[in-house]
Design a protein around this ligand. Structure first.
Ligand code: ATP
Length: 629
């Protein structure tokens, strides 16, 4: 295992790996309801910081609602008083009022629509930002156990998915509730019998809405989980490393088939999701079309059979107008139920990530430690660590050693012995399960994480370059570095000449899709980063891959400069590093089995001498002789 991060970030650690989609134990109905209430309260809390704007929007909605009631009354007056009595004055006056009411209503609709979107977007912004910052602080353990595609789905697609709910639902629902109440009052005032008939159909809406809502929620959850699955797969297989692997092993067909299966599952969920929509709106349309027929039948019966003169043509037109006005918002209220219920699943997924605990965090009494104060002593006292808490044998077993300030400690051992893991514990990428890791006699758990990340730096085998300029890639290590500092660091790392020779020099875009640097050049860039960062404690994962003689010599020169005055832990493969080491720790199966300097260890004739004869000498003798020759 090799280091993948050039500069250590002080990250936190989840006590247990967070699965991509945690198993949810089946809840009882009551438990589910209680959980939903908590969830809803949490969603409402998102609106709290925007209370002023919410109130203004609600006010605008209510004015809009009241303005919407005016036209049906005016229609009644125009038909019964104007047209029936041939009174042009009434027709002209009421038509003008109707025009003004409609225009004003449209103005208010525009206004509250805009405000609603503003509130929604502010909430979305906060959610995305919070989620990003929270995830940024998650531990290495979290990222090694969660697929990138899954994280991206929650951050982008899930957050996007709740957008309509937070942007429109609040505004729409205030407006719908207002319209339903005010329209019902207006209808009652016109004719209570026709009104009772109209609302007799309402319970049907509620039953349909509830049933469809529950189903929609399940569909939404399934769709998002499957989207995450597909995203993760694309992320893994359509990246540079993924495609290299696929092409190297020639298994495109296998992956295409795997993709087909997952893709098919997503299509299945999306079909279900469309069926929900059709089902819901189809049923609602049916009811709204049946309702006027019933009203005309009752009105006709009241007028003809009972001689009720309060039933006029104008009143009937106005009443059915109101009735239509009632059903639309009612449909809206119920589709919101579907929308909200299904969005609960998305909120749940977002909150799930926001609630992931950070167990590597600052100790309440964490002390500050600046590079100027630091001497650089590193000590492991009875350190035990396991990646898997249930594992029979831990990854690191009771490690004890002290690295004095400025010492070079070489870590040697067979693959999987725990060399990289040991280095992870110094900047708290993981915390020791037992024992202590101390820097200048202070437990690392008691040093502020932000300070720790500046004290400890690393040069890794794999240098991660972002898709940006060389300059920006260097400034990752020290954002405030001047151009002169960058150049000085690159000169020390023996990479300046190469960068200066590029067409755009330090402004050349490198990284995933930019200019390709060779393995050796990337390493020297990493060394330049470390020089810029200037950590007192350095972790060095030496490359195992052989470089050409010139690159090898350049790297050795720059490394020698870098190690000066720092306590260095080198996962050592080069003979030169091993020979220069103040102490060599030989690890096997998570334990230090031998320690000392090269000559002593060789004389002991144990694991070290075996490793030396088998690997180190063979690999290095050639390189050493080539570089000296
Ligand atoms: P190499 O020289 O091959 O890089 P190493 O000595 O650096 O090996 P480590 O990377 O520290 O070895 O790994 C020590 C053990 O811990 C190995 O058995 C490895 O499989 C295991 N291991 C490493 N990382 C993880 C992880 N994230 N989760 C679980 N086990 C891990």
């Amino acid at each position: 295992m090799v280091w993948r991060a050039v500069t250590y970030r002080a990250v936190s650690d989840a006590s247990s790996p967070a699965p991509a989609s945690p198993e949810k134990p089946e809840m009882t109905k009551a438990e589910r309801k209680a959980a939903d209430r908590i969830l809803l309260r949490r969603i409402l809390e998102l609106f709290k910081p925007h209370l002023g704007m919410v109130l203004m929007t609600t006010g605008a909605v209510l004015v809009g609602v009241l303005l919407g009631l005016v036209p049906p009354y005016l229609i009644k007056s125009i038909i019964d008083e104007g047209i029936a009595k041939q009174d042009l004055g009434v027709i002209g006056r009421d038509s003008l009022w109707m025009l003004l009411a409609v225009l004003a209503g449209a103005g208010f609709t525009l206004l509250y629509g805009y405000w609603g979107v503003m509130i929604g977007q502010k909430i979305m912004f906060t959610l995305r930002q919070k989620l990003y910052e929270h995830l940024q602080g998650m531990s290495l353990r979290f990222f090694t156990s969660t697929r990138t595609g899954e994280i991206q789905t929650r951050l982008i697609s899930d957050v996007q998915g709740v957008q309509t709910v937070v942007s429109n639902t609040l505004v729409d629902q205030v407006s719908n509730i207002g319209i339903v109440i005010s329209t019902l009052i207006a209808m009652f005032l016109m004719d209570w019998r026709l009104t009772l008939l109209s609302i007799g159909l309402v319970p049907l809406f509620a039953v349909i809405g509830k049933g469809v809502g529950e189903f929609a929620r399940k569909v939404r959850q399934g769709t998002q989980e499957q989207t995450g699955e597909l995203n993760a797969m694309m992320q893994e297989t359509l990246s540079v490393s993924g495609i290299l692997l696929t092409k190297a092993v020639g298994r495109q067909d296998l992956l295409a088939n795997r993709f087909r299966v997952e893709n098919d599952k997503l299509a299945g969920w999306l079909i279900k999701s469309s069926v929900v929509q059709y089902l819901f709106f189809g049923m609602i349309r049916l009811i709204t079309q049946l309702a006027p027929a019933l009203v005309y039948w009752l009105a006709g019966w009241l007028l003809v059979a009972r001689g009720d003169t309060s039933i006029t043509v104008g009143m009937l037109v106005a009443f059915t107008g109101l009735q239509i006005r009632l059903y639309f918002p009612m449909t809206g209220l119920l589709s919101a139920q579907v929308e909200i219920l299904s969005s609960l699943a998305l909120f749940q997924r977002i909150f799930e990530y926001l609630d992931l605990p950070r167990d590597i965090k600052d100790h309440p009494k964490a002390v500050s430690m600046t590079p100027a104060q630091l001497k650089g002593k590193v000590e492991f006292r009875d350190v035990v660590f396991a990646y898997d808490p249930d594992a029979e044998t831990p990854t690191l077993k009771s490690l004890n050693f002290t690295a004095e300030p400025g010492q070079l400690v070489a870590l040697v051992g067979p693959s999987g012995a725990g060399k990289t893991t040991l280095t992870y514990l110094i900047p708290r990428l993981y915390d020791a399960d037992a024992g202590q890791v101390l820097i200048d006699d202070t437990d690392v758990k008691e040093i502020k994480l932000a300070d720790l990340s500046t004290l400890v730096g690393a040069v890794t085998q794999e240098t991660y370059l972002m898709h940006t300029s060389v300059k920006e890639n260097l400034r990752v290590a020290k954002p405030e570095a001047t151009d002169e500092e960058l150049i000085a660091a690159c000169k020390a790392a023996a990479i300046h000449d190469h960068i200066a020779g590029l067409e755009q020099g330090y402004d050349t875009i490198v990284g995933e899709r930019g200019y390709k640097l060779s393995g050796g050049e990337k390493q020297r860039l990493a060394i330049a980063r470390a020089i810029l960062k200037n950590p007192k404690i350095l972790i060095l994962d030496e490359a195992t891959s052989a470089l050409d003689t010139r690159s090898e010599r350049l790297i050795q020169e720059s490394l020698a400069g870098l190690m000066q005055g720092r306590t260095t832990f080198a996962i050592a493969h080069r003979l030169s590093t091993i020979l220069a080491a103040d102490q060599i720790l030989v690890l096997e199966k998570g334990a230090i089995v031998e320690r000392g300097r090269h000559a002593e260890l060789l004389a002991q004739g144990g694991l070290y001498s075996r490793l030396y004869n088998e690997q180190i000498s063979v690999e290095n003798r050639e390189a050493e002789s080539a570089s000296s020759g």
